[in-house]
Write a protein that binds this ligand. Structure first.
Ligand SMILES: Cc1ncc(COP(=O)(O)O)c(C=O)c1O
Length: 380
C-alpha cells in the first residue's frame, strides 16, 4: 500500500532454503542450527558467549536477572527508547531511573546525567545505541567502573556498529540484540545475549530454559535422562527456523549496513539545507548501523499534519519514541511526569523518522526528500 514504506524486508531464496532445510530435518526446537547461529554471532562480534533467545525483550530481562537485579535496586536508563528497555528493569522489581539524552545532536543517554542520577541503590546502567549510533561508551564505562556498576547495552538498533574499534554489544557487561522484523537483521521475532563473562553466560543459559539443568535435545540424544530445576527460569528459547534465518541474515548484515550508510549520506545531502529540519548525529565520528533516519522538526511545524500529508503521498513515517517516563504505567508506579526530562521531551516532540531500508532506490529517496521539501515550504 505504501509507495515508500518505513522499512522493508529483503529475503532471497537463501532464507527460504535455510528454513526449508530445517523443516525437512524434523527438528524444530533449539538444537544444532541454534548452536551454529550462536557460534557465528559470537565470532562476528569477537565475544566469548552469544546466547540466542526469543526476543530482545527477553534478552534484556535475562541480563537484569543474571546480574542479580531485583526489588530495591535502581537501574539508570534512557527514556528516549523503546519501552522494552525500562520494562525489563520493572520485571525484576527494580526501579528504572530515567536519564536525559545528551542533546538534539546526540540522542543517546547523557553521561553527565547518568552520574547525577547515581544513588547507593544503583546497580546498573542500561544504555541504548539510538538509531545505531554508539553511546559515549568511554565516559559511560569510566562512570560504571568508578561506581562498580554493570552496563547492559541495548544493541537492538546497532548490530555491526563500531565504537573505537569495538563492536557494540562487546563493550558493556552484557549486550542485548533484537531480530524483530524491522531490525537490521531479522528472524521475525528473536534476540541474542552476548557477554565475555562465563558465570553470567551460564546463568543466562539456565534462565533461558526454565532453570532446568538439561535441554530437550540432550534428553533426545540420550545424553541425559532427567533434570533438576534449580532456579525459577523462563521459556525464552529461540527455535531452529529462526536460527536458520538468523544465519543467513547475519551473513548479509555488513553489506546491508553499508547500503544503509549510503542511503543516509544521500538523505543528508538532500536535506541539510531544507528549512525547519535539523539532522541529529551530523558529522558523527563512529560507525553507526544506520538503523533509522531521524530528523528533528523546528517550530512551527506541526508533526502530525506533516505525517498525514506524507501518508497521503504514500510515504510512511514514524516517531522514535514517545518517551517512556510519560507512559501511564510509569507515572502510576513511580510518579514520573512531563518536565522531568526537558531535553528528551523536546526532542521526542520534534522527532520524525523517515523511511530507511537497504533496498531503497535512489528515486524513492528523491521522492521522500522532494515531498518533504515541498510540504515544509508551505510554512515559509
Ligand atoms: C531499542 C529497542 N530495544 C528493545 C526492543 C525490543 O526488541 P524485541 O521486539 O526483539 O523484543 C526494541 C524493538 O523494537 C528496540 O527498538
Amino acid at each position: 500500500m505504501w509507495q515508500v514504506p518505513l522499512f522493508d524486508i529483503a529475503f532471497s531464496h537463501q532464507e527460504l532454503e535455510a528454513v526449508q532445510k530445517v523443516l525437512q530435518s524434523g527438528w524444530l526446537t533449539m538444537g544444532p542450527v541454534t548452536q551454529e547461529f550462536e557460534g557465528a554471532f559470537a565470532d562476528f562480534l569477537g565475544v566469548k558467549h552469544a546466547i540466542a533467545v526469543s526476543s530482545c525483550t527477553a534478552a534484556l530481562h535475562l541480563a537484569a536477572v543474571a546480574l542479580g537485579i531485583g526489588p530495591g535496586d535502581e537501574v539508570i536508563c534512557p527514556a528516549l527508547t523503546f519501552v522494552a528497555g525500562p520494562n525489563s528493569i520493572m520485571y525484576t522489581g527494580a526501579k528504572p531511573v530515567f536519564a536525559e539524552i545528551t542533546g538534539p545532536n546526540a540522542l543517546t543517554i547523557s553521561p553527565t546525567d547518568i552520574e547525577r542520577k547515581i544513588t547507593p541503590r544503583t546497580k546498573a546502567i542500561q544504555v541504548m545505541h539510538y538509531g545505531g549510533y554508539p553511546c559515549d561508551m568511554d565516559q559511560i564505562v569510566g562512570i560504571a567502573q568508578a561506581h562498580n556498576l554493570a552496563i547492559i547495552e541495548d544493541v537492538a538498533h546497532a548490530p555491526g556498529a563500531v565504537y573505537k574499534d569495538k563492536l557494540l554489544g562487546t563493550i558493556g557487561t552484557i549486550g542485548c540484540f533484537s531480530f524483530f522484523s524491522n531490525k537490521n537483521m531479522t528472524t521475525g521475532e528473536g534476540g541474542m545475549v552476548t557477554t565475555n563473562d562465563d558465570a553470567l553466560a551460564d546463568r543466562i543459559r539456565l534462565m533461558r530454559s526454565h532453570g532446568m539443568t538439561t535441554l530437550t535435545l540432550d534428553r533426545h540424544r540420550g545424553r541425559a535422562h532427567s533434570y533438576d530445576v534449580i532456579e525459577l527460569g523462563y521459556n525464552y528459547r529461540i527455535d531452529e527456523l529462526r536460527s536458520a534465518l538468523g544465519l543467513v541474515q547475519l551473513a548479509k548484515l555488513e553489506q546491508n549496513n553499508r547500503r544503509r550508510s549510503e542511503i543516509v549520506a544521500q538523505y543528508i545531502e538532500r536535506l541539510q539545507n531544507v528549512p525547519f529540519i535539523q539532522i541529529p548525529f551530523a558529522n558523527f565520528e563512529h560507525r553507526s548501523a544506520y538503523h533509522i533516519f531521524p530528523v528533528l522538526l523546528n517550530k512551527p511545524i506541526d508533526r502530525y499534519w506533516l505525517m498525514k500529508q506524507m501518508k497521503s503521498a504514500g510515504i510512511q513515517t514514524s516517531v522514535h519514541y514517545p518517551p517512556a517516563h510519560l507512559f501511564s504505567v510509569y507515572n502510576r508506579k513511580f510518579g514520573y511526569n512531563r518536565g522531568d526530562l526537558p531535553v528528551t521531551e523536546s526532542v521526542a516532540d520534534r522527532e520524525l523518522t523517515l523511511p530507511l531500508y537497504p533496498t531503497m532506490e535512489i528515486e524513492q529517496i528523491d521522492f521522500v526528500c522532494n515531498t518533504l521539501r515541498e510540504l515544509l515550504s508551505r510554512w515559509l
